[in-house]
Design a binder for this molecule. Structure first.
Ligand code: FAD
Length: 337
């Protein structure tokens, strides 16, 4: 089957690859390369324990095995390294938090995912962690930019990739799937959905002789990239959607980093992007309510790396075989918008 995909961010790339290579569809990607994208600034972290309450993430037991297989296949096929497993170390903020997590660590639902650590020798003095902390296993990061470049080159090679500044007119029988990220919130077709996009800043910093064995996650994360370069992030703004970094956001990151990093660092750069997030924090999958053959695959918020491979498969089965979608991701789902 022939399918047109609008947008080649992380989400459009994952869907295009899934439809082309697993479901043997004839794909054509139309991408506007002049737009600023969320994927190009994403840290690429995947983590089964997330949120303020550090709970097991939605569908963790289904999406993570799927995600590992998906990226492993890309690595093998193109002989590249894109997925870097790295435990997340989360220092406890207080004795109460330590007691709380001591209890949770014996809970069967968390046993395979976390372990409690009193002190990590290699980061002993470089960050403050007087109450110890816990390690989240099965976490790490995707090299998003290398993944995007690889998928783009693959579709260019197949002559199935086109740079556009305007979406072409399609025949009404042609299937079109919109993967426009936060730009969809401005598209008259998809404006009706309850978008809650947010902007985030992320810093590049150089920290000499700091551990590269963990992603540290306190009030901000410190994630190793290469040599002595780390990413520090990230912020959330709900009113400023300009394309330049928000100065308050930058100061917030610096302030939080200074509050627990005890060694010097150099600020090397600042980036920002708009996360395509929605009320209810579940992605949107499905066909437009009135326009046939016109679909959306979007709303992955801050979890596209881990959620999109699983849902690309759900989307493929829905579009090609009319299999029902999970209620939580349907466009007409009943949530308190
Ligand atoms: C600071 C920051 C940190 C983040 N960290 C993480 C993280 O650690 N882990 C994680 O999973 N997620 C993270 N995210 C979120 C992640 O970036 C997004 O969930 C994901 O990138 C969304 O991908 P997308 O393809 O939907 O959107 P985008 O990356 O924005 O891509 C949309 C694509 O569609 C194209 N496009 C748009 N409109 C049109 C049009 N009309 N015609 C043609 N092309 C069009 C754009 O040019 C672009 O190529 C982070 C986001 C930010 C801002």
């Amino acid at each position: 089957m022939k399918i047109n995909i609008i947008g080649q961010g992380l989400v459009g790339s994952i869907l295009a690859y899934t439809l082309s290579e697993k479901y043997h569809c004839e794909i054509k990607i139309f991408n506007n390369e002049y737009l600023k994208t969320s994927s190009s600034v994403a840290a690429g972290i995947y983590n089964p324990i997330t949120g303020k309450r550090m709970a097991k993430t939605w569908l963790a037991d289904s999406i993570f095995p799927f995600m590992f297989d998906f990226y492993a296949e890309i690595e093998q096929k193109y002989n590249i390294k894109i997925l870097y497993e790295s435990p997340v170390f989360k220092p406890f903020a207080s004795m109460e938090e330590q007691n709380f997590w001591m209890g949770k660590s014996s809970d069967i639902t968390y046993q395979n995912d976390i372990s409690i650590i009193e002190n990590i020798e290699i980061i002993q003095n470089s960050i403050s962690h007087p109450f110890g902390g816990f390690i989240v296993k099965k976490s790490g990061r995707l090299d998003v930019n290398l993944f995007l470049e690889t998928i783009k080159n693959f579709f260019i090679f197949k002559k199935c990739y086109q740079t556009v500044t305007e979406i072409p007119k399609f025949d009404e029988n042609e299937i079109v799937i919109y993967c426009e990220g936060a730009y969809a919130a401005q598209n008259p077709l998809w404006k009706f959905l309850p978008w809650q996009c947010n902007k985030g800043e992320i810093l590049d910093v150089e920290i000499k002789s700091f551990t590269k064995d963990y992603i540290i996650n306190k009030s901000v994360f410190i994630m190793p990239i290469q040599n002595d370069i780390f990413k520090v992030g990230s912020t959330y703004h709900f009113t400023d959607f300009s394309e330049i970094p928000n100065e308050n956001g930058v100061q917030e990151l610096i302030h939080k980093l200074n509050s627990f990093l005890n060694i010097p660092y150099d600020l090397k750069g600042v980036k920002c992007g708009i996360r395509p997030a929605v009320q209810g924090r579940r992605p949107f999958l499905g066909e437009h309510p009135t326009i046939k053959n016109t679909y959306i695959f979007n709303g992955f918020g801050s979890k596209a790396v881990s959620l999109a491979p699983f849902f690309a498969n759900e989307m493929a089965n829905h579009v090609l075989y009319n299999l029902p979608l999970m209620l939580e991701v349907k466009l007409d789902r009943k949530v308190n918008w």
